[in-house]
Design a protein around this ligand. Structure first.
Ligand code: FES
Length: 105
């Protein structure tokens, strides 16, 4: 496990997202009602960036076909997506957001 420093907490507005690039991955850091989440930015259904979707009720809605993903678990809670997206633990320390990455992530 490696803890990676990303953005300042103030960089991401409420119910908005920002993409963090690490190696060849894109991870969406999402602020939902003041709580922060990290999920893979790529939708599990097709080529769409979840960071461009609407955020509400601890979910993000894919901007392309409207599937909703639970930000806690990454589960696809509405169609057309059926597969989950990967989630990452987020820690706040001294105003910075850290994500926990697996070595194989
Ligand atoms: S690309 Fe996300 S629901 Fe289709």
């Amino acid at each position: 496990m490696a803890r990676v420093k990303t953005f300042n907490t103030t960089d991401i507005m409420q119910n908005a997202s920002k993409v963090f690039n690490i190696d060849d991955k894109e991870i969406a850091l999402i602020n939902c009602e003041g709580k922060f989440y990290a999920i893979d930015d790529l939708c599990s259904h097709a080529e769409a960036s979840l960071s461009e979707g609407e955020v509400y009720d601890c979910k993000v809605e894919c901007p392309l076909h409207g599937a909703e993903f639970d930000l806690n678990t990454g589960e696809a809670v509405t169609l057309p997506a059926t597969k989950p997206v990967k989630t990452y633990p987020v820690y706040v320390q001294d105003g910075h957001l850290y994500i926990e990455m697996n070595e194989d992530a």
